[in-house]
Design a protein around this ligand. Sequence first.
Ligand SMILES: Nc1ncnc2c1ncn2[C@@H]1O[C@H](COP(=O)(O)OP(=O)(O)O)[C@@H](O)[C@H]1O
Ligand SMILES: Cc1cn([C@H]2C[C@H](O)[C@@H](COP(=O)(O)OP(=O)(O)O)O2)c(=O)[nH]c1=O
Length: 208
Amino acid sequence: MAGRFISLEGGEGVGKSTQLAALATALEGRGIEVLVTREPGGSSGAEAIRKLLLEGEETRWNPRSEALLFAAARADHVEKTIKPALAEGKWVLSDRFLDSSLAYQGEAGGLGIEAVRDLHRFGSLDFLPDRTLVLRLESGEGALRARRRDGEEGDRIGSRPPRYHAAVDRGFRVMAEQEPDRVKLIDAEGNPETVTARLLYALGDLLP
Ligand SMILES: Nc1ncnc2c1ncn2[C@@H]1O[C@H](COP(=O)(O)OP(=O)(O)O)[C@@H](O)[C@H]1O
Ligand SMILES: Cc1cn([C@H]2C[C@H](O)[C@@H](COP(=O)(O)OP(=O)(O)O)O2)c(=O)[nH]c1=O
């Protein structure tokens, strides 16, 4: 049976990594073979680009070069990691994918969602997840969780100001409105088990 490609999205500290691990365990418990991956990264070329994107000065890249680097990393990730795993029948769970670029670089970075989608059309032939689950917390709570985890050590993008992250959240909501069959908003409040149950519910029609 063909695999499925699921991306987990959301702002900083909403619980993506925690939920990705829990979702992988739940799917494996149903006999599904799972590959967990992440962006930026997920292939050796894309992991090298990750360092360029997340380390260094805020002014290291302008918004256009930043968007191109994310798109280049994604093209390599799709070709080298995601498509081969799907061809083997695995379910691929990715911690972030295209919708992060649409929300961060497109909406918050001011390039526009369509311009960033064009880069994906070129780089990855518009390859899309079967489902995108966007974890959402009311403003501030994700930033608090991330700060509890990281202290003041945010990366180049995570440490951008609150208005940038508010625009990121708006970008994810736009995506859910534009593509309601693919992109589902999931309430990330409550204990981790409750959130995992919501995610599994939102995958119900894809499960074997
Ligand atoms: N449901 C939850 N309730 C409270 N804290 C949580 C919950 N899920 C995750 N956390 C904690 O919040 C922090 C951020 O979670 P993490 O999974 O790393 O988020 P992300 O990958 O989205 O940045 C971690 O310290 C994690 O242990
Ligand atoms: C994949 C992707 C990530 N990002 C940002 C979001 C995060 O701030 C950072 C990824 O760092 P990461 O350590 O994965 O952050 P988090 O724990 O919040 O998921 O890169 C973009 O701006 N555009 C993208 O396309």
